[in-house]
Design a binder for this molecule. Structure first.
Ligand code: GLU
Length: 449
């Protein structure tokens, strides 16, 4: 019989040798592989069938040129990606990210995590991810439109409602999805289910915009309820100020917590009276301004230029990282501990470095990994696909209730799975094992394909 520890070590080493220039991907793989030994020991059939090695290789990676013209008539070019990682559970599903840092390592780590996240939702969706190194910052609406059209002219060859269903991520919201959808429709006809996160005017789902942030707070709410506690009176800091952050703040406030601060890439704000969410929405969703604009209306707030919110000294209970990967360094983790934080729940994908994670473990911080805690976004995307297939929109309350149910189920599944396999509460192991179990079972049943 194969030694499971040795098998896993070998798999990880193979990936390191093959992809030395993909640090984010290797990080996601290391975090995953480090937790699945107890599961594979109880299921030697998956080791025998080498399921994990198969799973590590994306079914397909598409990399393509995106030529586009700026407002001055200059010819520009960016690189587009789509990783169709695993389709055992359904059509590839996952967002598109527009950010200058996007490369193969980033889309592969995101796609890899998406497989398990989507599996945890219990909905019929496989794992995929994509994006471009295009920087939307400072671009006009017309430039965004031309870029999206050019991207879709190529991507449309590879996607479809039953094949691969992209959505938004960093830099991609309803505006971009609208332009992508328009181009797809022009080329292929009205296939509403080819993209999710669509505008509400045509086949979008109510509560999709809110879903990731709301789902994150629901997850924490269920965790707290387990300890006869609630969000009421909790002091919270959130990183980011995009879609995930804004709706995490909204739900946290609604449940009686106070959110004191958030940030963007230019710096952090702390408002001792609690964040004025209407103002934040106006700045970020309507005017698309920098976060420092908050101070023009709330002069009592403090601004920390070029400082992440995790490095600010401030006493609070719950940290909700909702910005981007690796935003919490080892040093930031130490500051969080000093600040009195007891729960870290990830709205972003892999915002915690492996070193920071070690600090949290040593200090017994309750840590909720993104693949479980931020699954609400993709879950409601799958509900949008269901509504599109039914040709019937659901009410906000229906979608929201379903979202809450899904988040409760994910939390309980992760808790139970970690108790079963480790005999202790560990949401990282719980989410990895529970997510993997469903995919592995599906892969075996479908044969070697
Ligand atoms: N980008 C989101 C995520 O990281 C949502 C993906 C989707 O809705 O397909 O899960």
């Amino acid at each position: 019989m194969t030694d499971v520890k040795e098998y896993l070590k070998q798999l990880e080493e193979n990936q390191r040798e093959k992809y030395p220039n993909q640090p984010e991907f290797l990080q996601a793989v290391a975090e995953f592989i480090g937790t699945v030994e107890p599961f594979l020991t109880k299921h030697p059939e998956y080791v025998e069938k080498n399921i994990l090695e198969l799973l590590l290789v994306p079914e397909r990676i598409i990399e393509f040129r995106i030529p586009w013209m700026d407002d001055k008539g200059a010819w520009k070019v960016n690189t587009g990606y789509r990783v169709q990682y695993n389709s055992a559970l359904g059509p590839y599903k996952g967002g598109m990210r527009f950010h200058p840092t996007v490369n193969q390592s980033i889309v592969k780590f995101l796609g890899f995590e998406q497989i398990f996240k989507n599996s945890l939702t219990s909905l019929p969706i496989g794992g995929g991810k994509g994006g471009s190194d295009f920087d939307p910052k400072g671009k006009s609406d017309e430039e965004i439109m031309r870029f999206c059209q050019s991207l879709m002219r190529e991507l449309q060859k590879y996607i479809g409602p039953n094949e691969d269903v992209p959505a938004g991520d960093i830099g991609v919201g309803a505006r971009e999805i609208g332009y992508l959808f328009g181009e797809y429709k022009r080329l292929n006809g009205y296939h509403a289910g080819v993209l999710t996160g669509k505008p509400l005017a045509y086949w979008g789902s109510l509560a999709r915009k809110e879903a990731t942030g709301y789902g994150l707070v629901y997850f924490v709410q269920h965790l707290l309820a387990d300890k006869n506690d609630s969000m009421e009176g909790k002091k919270v800091l959130v990183s980011g100020s995009g879609n995930v952050a804004i709706y995490a703040i909204e739900k946290a406030q609604e449940l009686g917590a106070t959110v004191y601060g958030c940030n963007d890439s230019s710096g952090s704000i702390i408002d001792e009276e609690g964040i004025d969410l209407a103002l934040l929405k106006e700045i970020k969703e309507v005017k698309r301004e920098r976060i420092s604009a908050y101070l023009e209306h709330r002069p009592q707030a403090k601004f920390y230029p070029n400082t992440t919110i995790w490095d600010v000294e401030f006493e609070y209970d719950i940290a909700l990282p909702c910005a981007t990967q690796n935003e919490i360094s080892k040093e930031s983790a130490a500051t969080l501990i000093k600040n009195g934080v007891s729960i870290v729940a990830e709205g972003a994908n892999m915002p915690t470095t492996l070193e920071a994670l070690e600090v949290f473990n040593e200090e017994n911080i309750i840590y909720c990994p993104g693949k479980a805690a931020n699954a609400g976004g993709v879950a409601v995307s799958a509900l949008e696909m269901a509504q599109n297939a039914q040709r019937l929109p659901w009410t906000f309350e229906e979608v929201d209730q379903e979202l809450n149910k899904i988040m409760k189920n994910i939390y309980e599944t992760c808790r139970e799975t970690s108790m079963t396999y480790l005999g202790e509460f560990d949401l990282v192991a719980g989410s990895n094992i529970a997510g993997f179990a469903r995919v592995a079972e599906a892969m075996v049943s479908q044969g070697l394909v």
